[in-house]
Design a protein around this ligand. Structure first.
Ligand code: SAM
Length: 284
């Protein structure tokens, strides 16, 4: 029998590794204890799903970065897996919700649970920092090749104002020049969004260690009577700044899937988009 090869990426067994390479990824996580707080965001991801992604793309103790951290799905996933993590988020409201979670919840027996319910049991506090600000500026403060994985869920900036944050007050608070388009969820059109994402992508490529992965969760869209393959478009955008696209997993969380809506029944085909693309990109 030959010697078992060294696992250079994660702490999984060969069997677990193989299972994760399936391009279809159906999960069934119900809402967790932090959901009532996190759901105010509307585009948050289940920490358990993020934990599975973290587990594949890092080893215990390594550093995970989320430049579009929202209310902390990736940071909480990294905490569940005992990784270090760092997040950037432009909207102070989401940073505050994450801070509330850090104050009132902890990891106990592999779950995020309210501190008040786990008195007397062993637990770990949630301490991964989330800094408020424009990730494009904050990324410039990180040294090159300093993070082991970037796992993120970018805003989908096609003039829908999803984060509702074209508000100047936040920028004044920081003493910065107001820049309503810094929130990429408010980009005026797809071209402006992609220009912003390319700038962020170049910084992500700089701060990631060679041989490691950028993982992006991206939902496709249906707009103005046409399917917009945003996953494919963003994958290409990241290829243009130097990443190699290594694969896509099609993810759907059965437990929180919304009901199908009867779009244009008996008339034309309009999809109910119930999946997200998990883009797996590598710095080679
Ligand atoms: C799809 S959400 C991420 C949700 C997150 N995965 C979670 O579980 O909560 C994208 C986030 O990117 C933030 N964002 C948009 N532009 C940004 C920027 N330039 N710098 C940092 N965050 C930004 C938005 O405010 C939004 O919260």
């Amino acid at each position: 029998m030959g010697k078992k090869p060294e696992n250079r990426l994660n702490d999984l067994s060969g069997r677990e590794w193989l299972y994760w390479t399936d391009t279809l990824y159906i999960t069934a996580y119900p809402v967790d204890a932090t959901h009532p707080l996190r759901k105010q965001h509307g585009a948050m991801k289940p920490p358990e799903v993020m934990a599975e992604i973290v587990r594949f793309f890092t080893k215990k103790g390594e550093m995970v970065l989320d430049p579009f951290a929202g209310v902390g799905g990736t940071l909480l996933g990294a905490e569940l897996e005992e990784r270090q993590a760092l997040g950037f988020e432009i909207n102070p409201r989401w940073v505050e919700i994450y801070a509330t979670i850090c104050r009132n919840f902890a990891i106990c027996e592999g779950q995020i649970r309210p501190l008040k319910e786990i008195a007397g049991q062993a637990y770990r506090r949630i301490s991964a920092p989330m800094y408020q600000g424009d990730c494009l500026k904050l990324l410039k403060e990180l040294p090159p090749a300093s993070v082991d994985a970037i796992i993120t869920d970018p805003p989908y900036g096609c003039d829908h104002g999803a984060t509702g944050f074209a508000d100047e007050t936040n920028f004044n608070m920081q003493g910065q020049v107001p820049d309503p388009w810094a929130d990429l969820g408010n980009a005026p059109d797809l071209a402006a969004f992609l220009t912003g994402m390319a700038s962020v992508g170049r910084e992500l490529h700089r701060v990631l260690k060679p041989g490691r992965y950028l993982v992006m969760m991206v939902g496709d869209r249906y707009r103005q009577g046409e399917y917009l393959p945003l996953g494919y478009i963003l994958a290409n955008c990241m290829r243009e700044v130097g990443f190699k696209l290594k694969g896509v997993k099609i993810w759907s969380n059965k437990a929180t899937r919304r009901r199908l809506k009867p779009y244009a029944v008996y008339s034309v085909f309009v999809p109910n988009i119930t999946h997200q693309n998990i883009l797996i990109l590598r710095k080679e």
